[in-house]
Design a protein around this ligand. Structure first.
Ligand code: NDP
Length: 296
């Protein structure tokens, strides 16, 4: 078996952002509609600041309106809910994203459920989770949506394939499993209580790792020729006192066995913001009763 094909998420995300940009330009020219995304950051978590900055920048580059709200770490839940209420009512805002994690005094579920499901571009509202689970039109969480687009691009029709998703978070694992089920895969969801995880993983034609444990998935867990999607982003000590990013999959080992694999960085990561832009565009089109652009 030769080396796996590297799935170029970075390149794919750039193409997707370009397509979103073209659709935004057409919406503006044809309907006078500018999709708008509001991003709310509470506190000064350094990683969140980086994410919020890139989200704002890429939103503007796609020709959309970007509204950034940076609130003090001491902001009360009531004040945050008030802001969410204002954004729900603002017709220039089609997508609302409240950056997680939130400070301890704020209950994330209370905030997420206050967002208008039609503007919930993160897809975390229970209404959107329920719609996804029941096969209705939903706004789908960005990271698993990005994974699905990469899988479709790599494999075409996914029907009948064995898919194993390691991780069952509401943000990645569960919606990923729902999406794969929607594509008619036979889906297994594994987690920390799964017995003989390596054997479960070896069944997979499609293996998605969303665990948050550096290089946990070893080469001999992978079925030869399988497609491996590594969602993990883990910072580990590197050379010269610096840190480096690794995924949840031991890349070099896995590459020798898999048919195709996403790298970390440059795989799933860049797809997340590209899908956020796509979701904002979708939300704007739906709000205006316009047909949704086909992005793939
Ligand atoms: P969570 O911590 O919410 O969930 C981790 C899941 O992994 C849980 O379901 C947990 O099981 C399972 N797990 C933990 N240890 C093991 C183990 N030893 N064996 C099997 N399963 C295990 O993480 P997220 O889903 O939010 O994120 C997962 C990874 O993806 C992280 O590295 C994160 O940084 C990354 N990520 C990347 C994004 C991107 O844009 N590329 C976006 C979001 C996340 P249990 O439920 O039983 O505890």
């Amino acid at each position: 078996m030769g080396e796996a094909r590297i799935i170029d998420g970075k390149g794919f995300a750039a193409t997707l952002r370009g397509r979103v940009g073209e659709s935004v330009a057409a919406l503006k020219a044809g309907h006078g509609l500018t999709p708008g995304l509001a991003v709310v950051l509470v506190g000064e978590d350094p990683a969140s600041q980086v994410y919020v900055h890139s989200k704002g920048k890429q939103t503007q580059e796609a020709g959309m309106a970007s509204f950034e709200h940076r609130l003090e770490a001491t902001t009360s839940q009531e004040a945050l809910l008030r802001l969410v209420g204002e954004l729900n009512a603002d017709p220039a805002v089609h997508g609302i994203l409240v950056q997680l994690p939130l400070p301890a005094q704020i209950e994330p579920a209370a905030v997420l459920s206050a967002i208008d499901p039609a503007k919930d571009v993160d897809g975390f509202h229970v209404i959107n989770a329920g719609r996804l689970a029941t096969g209705q039109k939903a706004l789908v969480p960005c990271t698993p949506l990005g994974c699905l687009l990469l899988l479709r691009d790599t494999l075409g029709d996914l029907g009948g394939l064995e898919a194993v998703v390691v991780g069952r978070s509401n943000i990645v694992g569960k919606p990923m499993a729902q999406l794969l089920l929607g594509e008619s895969c036979t889906v297994t969801i594994a987690h920390s209580r799964t017995r003989d995880l390596p054997a479960v993983c070896r069944r997979a034609d499609i293996l998605v790792a969303a665990v948050g444990r550096p290089e946990m998935v070893r080469g001999d867990w992978i079925r030869p020729g399988a497609t491996v999607i590594d969602v993990g982003i883990n910072r580990v000590p590197g050379e010269g006192g610096k840190t480096r990013l690794v995924g949840d999959v031991a890349f070099a080992e896995a590459r020798a066995v898999a048919g195709a694999i996403t790298p970390v960085p440059g795989g799933v990561g860049p797809m997340t913001i590209a899908c956020l832009l796509a979701n904002t565009l979708t939300a704007a089109c739906r709000s205006a009763g316009l047909p949704e652009p086909k992005l793939l």
